[in-house]
Design a binder for this molecule. Structure first.
Ligand code: B12
Length: 301
C-alpha cells in the first residue's frame, strides 16, 4: 500500500567508489494489517524517501505459518516494498508503539539471520535503532538494539541519516558510527552506558562508560508543531485533559513527558524519574507549560 521503491544506489558513490546511499528498513513489529496503518512508520517512510540520498522500505512481523514456510525455504525476513532481505540495509528502524512488539523483533532478527544481541553483530549487519513509545525506556531491550531514539522521529531520522552518510564516506567502523550517533546526545546507545540497579529492580544510575558520551540523552520534539490545548478533549487527546497540555502534532510522544505544568519549571516529571534517561523541558514545553494551581497530572494518556 502506498509503496515507494527507490533506486538502491540513489545516494551515488564517493570519490573512491564507496556507495553512499543510506538505506533504512522500517519495521512495525506486528502483523502487516496492524502495522501498515501506523502513522509513525508512514511519516518516517515519507521523510526518509523524500531525501534524495536515502531510501526507506517497510517490513512487518510475519504470522507463524509464514514464518515456518520461510524457515523451511530459507527465505529471510524481507521488506514488502522491494522484497529485499533486511541484512542488505544499513539500519533496521523499529517502531515500538507498545512493548508487545519486543519479542516480534527477536523473531524478525532471527529470520533475517542477524544476531539477536547487539554485541554479536558484525560490521555488515544493519544498525538496529528503536523508536516509538515503547522505546522511551529502552532498558528491557537494551541488549538487542544498537541504539534508541526518544521522542518524535521526523528530524531524528534525518539527522541519523546525515551521520550515517558521513560515516560511510569516512569508512567509519560500526563502533565509531555509533559513537558519532551518541556523542551529540540525541541517540541512546546502550553499549556506551552502564546501568546499575537497586535491589528491587529499579534503576539506580545510568552512566556513560567511555569518554565523549553525554550523561544526558535528549528527547526529540518537533517543536514547531507543538500546540497548546486549552479545551477538554479537543482534537484527539485520549487523556481528556483540561488546562495547558503540550501535545505534539506528529508523534505526540512528548505529551507523556510534558507534565511540566504539575511541577516547578525544570523539575523532573514523575514518569521521567522512572526512566533511565533524563527528561528536560524543551523551550516550547517551558513556554506553554507554566506551573499553576489548575495543573493536573498528565502521565496517563
Ligand atoms: C492510534 C493508536 C492505536 C491504533 C492504531 C495502532 C497502529 N497500528 O498504529 C489501535 C487502535 C489499533 C491501537 C492499538 C493498540 N494500542 Co494504541 N495507540 C494509538 C495512539 C492513540 C496513537 C498512535 C499514533 O498513531 N501516534 C501518531 C504517530 C505519528 O506517532 P508514533 O507512532 O508515536 O511515531 C512517532 C514517534 O514515536 C517516533 N517513532 C516511532 N517509531 C519510530 C521508529 C524509529 C526508528 C524512530 C527513530 C522514531 C520512531 O517518530 C514518529 C513520528 O514522530 C497511541 C497514543 C498516542 N497518543 O500516541 C496509543 C498507544 C500507542 N497504544 C497503546 C496500546 C497499549 C495499544 C494496544 C496494545 C491496546 C491493546 N491492549 O490491544 C494495541 C496494540 C496494537 C499493536 N499491536 O500495535 C499504548 C502503548 C503503551 C505502551 N507503552 O505499550 C499507547 C501509547 C496509548 C497509551 N498510553 O496507553 N492503538
Amino acid at each position: 500500500m502506498n509503496s515507494t521503491t527507490k533506486d538502491w544506489n540513489c545516494g551515488g558513490f564517493g570519490p573512491s567508489g564507496d556507495e553512499l546511499t543510506v538505506r533504512w528498513a522500517l519495521m512495525y513489529p506486528d502483523a502487516y494489517e496492524v502495522g501498515v496503518p501506523n502513522q509513525g512508520v508512514m511519516i518516517l517512510y515519507e521523510v526518509l524517501n523524500e531525501r534524495p540520498d536515502a531510501l526507506a522500505e517497510r517490513t512487518y512481523a510475519v504470522w507463524p505459518d509464514l514464518e515456518a514456510l520461510m524457515r523451511e525455504s530459507g527465505v529471510p525476513q524481507f521488506t514488502v516494498d522491494s522484497h529485499r532481505a533486511l541484512g542488505d540495509f544499513d539500519v533496521l528502524g523499529v517502531s515500538f508503539s507498545t512493548e508487545l512488539g519486543y519479542t516480534n523483533l527477536l523473531t524478525a532478527l532471527d529470520l533475517a539471520g542477524m544476531p539477536l544481541h547487539a554485541a554479536d553483530r558484525s560490521e555488515d549487519d544493519p544498525l538496529v535503532i528503536a523508536g516509538g513509545h515503547a522505546a522511551f525506556n529502552p532498558e528491557p531491550i537494551a541488549d538487542f538494539i544498537d541504539a534508541a531514539v526518544l521522542g518524535d522521529g521526523e528530524q531524528a531520522v534525518l539527522e541519523i541519516t546525515e551521520v550515517l552518510r558521513q560515516a560511510k564516506l569516512d569508512g567509519a567502523s560500526r563502533t565509531d558510527t555509533l559513537h558519532r550517533l551518541a556523542k551529540a546526545g540525541g541517540v541512546y546507545v546502550p553499549a556506551f552506558y552502564d546501568v546499575d540497579y537497586l535491589p528491587d529492580g529499579r534503576i539506580r544510575r545510568v552512566a556513560p562508560n567511555r569518554p565523549g558520551i553525554p550523561w544526558r540523552v535528549s528527547k526529540h520534539t518537533v517543536s514547531e508543531k507543538v500546540v497548546p490545548l486549552r479545551q477538554p478533549n479537543r482534537q484527539t487527546t485520549s487523556a481528556g485533559a483540561e488546562g495547558n497540555v503540550v501535545i505534539c502534532g506528529s508523534g505526540r510522544l512528548s505529551e507523556q513527558f510534558a507534565g511540566a505544568p504539575c511541577h516547578a519549571p525544570g523539575a523532573r516529571h514523575p514518569a521521567a524519574a522512572r526512566s533511565p534517561l533524563r527528561w528536560r523541558p524543551t523551550r516550547a514545553t517551558r513556554r506553554s507549560s507554566p506551573a499553576g494551581p489548575r495543573c493536573r497530572k498528565r502521565c496517563a494518556m
